[in-house]
Design a protein around this ligand. Structure first.
Ligand code: ADP
Length: 162
């Protein structure tokens, strides 16, 4: 059974993330989306909100499920009995960082391999940061996220602007 983990913050999940989920789910038996709960960071969406948003997306993919993790990705992979990590590469600068992480993970757990997906051209400019900023200033995010995610963003912006 080929089981892979797609880890990330997903704050919020974008069409770029969904494209990677879709493509990865076609080549592995099971894809686990690992939602990072990093107490040192303060994401816009809580870990519960990010999990629920991703579960709505995962409904469309029978072999995809969502889990949370904190601490080391290498440990989480071991716990999930997964040897493959999926990451997306958007720009060259992503590569520097991702290479370092992939190599570190292999030192920590030699059974782990990282599989990179080159982002589809139409999503290469997309980042959760620009989505959050666009939403904060009242911009239309419908070209960046799934229609399922829009109510989550609208609710969060209402809370913030109260
Ligand atoms: P992290 O904070 O760990 O980088 P993100 O949620 O920003 O988490 O991203 C998770 C993964 O999705 C990373 O591998 C990242 O390169 C990839 N990714 C982010 N945005 C896009 C996009 N627009 N297209 C494809 N992959 C993306």
């Amino acid at each position: 059974m080929k089981r892979a983990i797609y880890p990330g913050t997903f704050d919020p999940v974008s069409l770029g993330h969904i494209d990677i989920i879709k493509r990865a789910s076609l080549i592995v038996d099971e894809l686990i989306i690992g939602v990072l709960h990093n107490p040192a960071k303060t994401p816009l969406f809580s870990v519960d909100e990010r999990v629920k948003m991703l579960e709505e997306i995962a409904e469309d993919f029978p072999n995809v499920r969502v889990e949370t993790f904190d601490g080391l990705l290498a440990d989480f992979a071991k716990k999930m009995d997964a040897r493959l990590i999926v990451r997306g590469l958007r720009v060259v600068t992503d590569f520097d960082y991702e290479l370092q992480i992939a190599q570190t993970n292999r030192v920590l757990n030699h059974e782990i391999d990282t599989m990179f997906f080159v982002t589809d051209l139409k999503y290469s400019y997309l980042s959760s940061t620009t989505i959050r900023e666009t939403a904060y200033f009242g911009g239309d995010v419908s070209k960046f996220v799934s229609p399922k995610t829009i109510p989550w963003i609208d609710r969060k912006m209402k809370e913030l602007h109260k």
